[in-house]
Design a protein around this ligand. Structure first.
Ligand code: AMP
Ligand code: MG
Length: 353
């Protein structure tokens, strides 16, 4: 199959492209599209064959459920049962936006879409292309991230093309995404709202709306693994996530000590014949003395770090580095989300200096 690239990166939105993509979805085909978090790989959420095709194209384990993307709150009511009041409160506060809610499903959504679960994950994306596609097609769109399973989530159409060219009908190219990390996932099926995956919408923001919020004990890590020994409730958080080809270690602590430690370790590795990559910030890049130094963003703008994380991991794969050292980014608002992804990519390897 030849994957068509439909350019929707300029305004006003090209309606013909949206119509073409909608026709593909209505016929049971697959279209990748931008959201404000990462690119999604979409199919009709109520069509079990479309869901099967999504798993096949990504090489995704079939027990890892998909997120259903909607454009109106009534669609959440239409596919859920026993919707709690907190859903409306959270939707009023954060939708459209990077918050996914897990609720009990009804028969409208097939088990192929929910990985066999009786719950369904739902989100209203805050992106004009995504919303236009949902509205024009009339479909609720099941969409996981549009990468090959095991690779970093795509934040540009070119990342999607690298992974899925020849496997899906089309890619709507809306330019680089805004946030760059996947949505926050909250579970609303228990007494207390529980964060299953950290994201841009953080614990404090959620608490302001619903009061008590807890973190799934299965995703709280220290350097020896999960602190509770519990399994993460979101199936996707149980899989080994993206590990770059290079062996990644995070160095955390006082800035000067981090820089001198990375410089020392990089020099030693290069001496032994390894190719070394360093994840730096615009504030620190000039202080590194060896290796391929890439700038992830500005420390003064934590959004820039989230935005570039996946792209930088893909760049180091292309550079074929053997060893990667990264600074730590425990920033105030998005730190939990950024470090959750970075620690996974590092296999939890950190050195405190
Ligand atoms: P992705 O869109 O690729 O980030 O994948 C969707 C994420 O949502 C994965 O981590 C899934 O495990 C998670 N997810 C989807 N549906 C559910 C559900 N019903 N219960 C818990 N987690 C879910
Ligand atoms: Mg994913």
């Amino acid at each position: 199959m030849i994957t068509r690239i439909l350019d929707v990166s300029s305004e006003p939105l090209d309606e013909e492209c949206i119509k073409e993509a909608s026709e593909i979805l209505k016929k049971g085909g697959l279209v990748a599209f931008p959201t404000e978090t990462v690119y999604g790989l979409g199919g009709d959420a109520t069509d079990k064959e479309a869901s099967r095709k999504i798993y096949a194209a990504k090489g995704r384990p079939s027990d890892n459920p998909l997120i259903v993307h909607i454009s109106e709150f009534s669609q959440l009511e239409a596919i859920s049962s026993g919707l709690p009041e907190t859903a409306k409160k959270l939707a009023d506060a954060f939708w459209p936006g990077p918050l996914t809610m897990v609720v009990n499903k009804n028969e409208v959504v097939p088990y192929e879409t929910t990985g066999g679960l009786d719950t369904v994950a739902v989100r209203m994306p805050n992106n004009p292309v995504a919303l236009a596609l949902i509205n024009e097609s009339g479909c609720m769109i099941a969409a996981p991230s549009a990468n090959t399973s095991g690779r970093p989530s795509p934040t540009k159409a070119s990342h999607v093309y690298e992974d899925l060219s020849g496997k899906i009908e089309a890619i709507l190219d809306g330019g680089p995404v805004d946030i760059g990390l996947e949505s926050t996932i909250v579970d609303l099926t228990e007494d207390v709202v529980t964060i299953l995956r950290p994201g841009y919408i953080n614990m404090d923001m959620l608490k302001e709306v619903v009061g008590e919020v807890r973190m799934d004990p299965g995703i709280v890590y220290n350097d020896k693994g999960t602190t509770s020994g519990a399994k993460p409730k979101a199936p996707g958080m149980r899989y080994k996530h993206y590990a770059p080809k290079g062996d990644l270690t995070i160095i955390s602590g006082d800035e000067d000590a981090v820089i001198s430690t990375i410089n020392k370790m990089a020099a030693e590795a290069i001496e032994k014949g390894s190719k070394v990559g360093i994840i730096s910030t615009s504030e620190t890049a000039g202080k590194y003395t060896a290796g391929e130094v890439l700038i992830i963003g500005n420390r003064s703008d934590e959004g820039s770090i989230a935005h570039n994380l996946y792209d930088i991991l893909r760049q180091f794969d292309e550079l074929d580095v053997d060893i990667i050292f990264s600074e730590s980014f425990a920033t105030p608002k998005m730190g939990q989300a950024i470090m959750n992804r970075l620690l996974k990519a590092a296999g939890q390897k950190t050195i405190e200096v």
